[in-house]
Design a protein around this ligand. Sequence first.
Ligand SMILES: [Zn+2]
Length: 103
Amino acid sequence: MDYTDLATAFSTMKIALGLVKAAKDLLPESPQKAASETALADAERAVEIAEAQIADQMGYTLCQCDFPPGIALRKHDGAMRCSKCNRDTNEDYGVGMVGTGGY
Ligand SMILES: [Zn+2]
């Protein structure tokens, strides 16, 4: 499995979670709906954590602005920006970043 396959797998998981969330919103208010909201939030968090762990293993820089951490991505202007807080990870938080940032 290459990096593109992993990105596609995570994108597919997020789409699936979004579809389940949309279906959940159609349910009438009930304890079951509340339980499904909690389970979905837990599933989303687990996917975000797994995504950050894989990104770290792949050498991406992780921003410590949140948990699960934001992943720094190279933008069109060449800057490495956190996907959550949009900070330029090369300039603002070089010391606070984790990971090797090889991409
Ligand atoms: Zn951030």
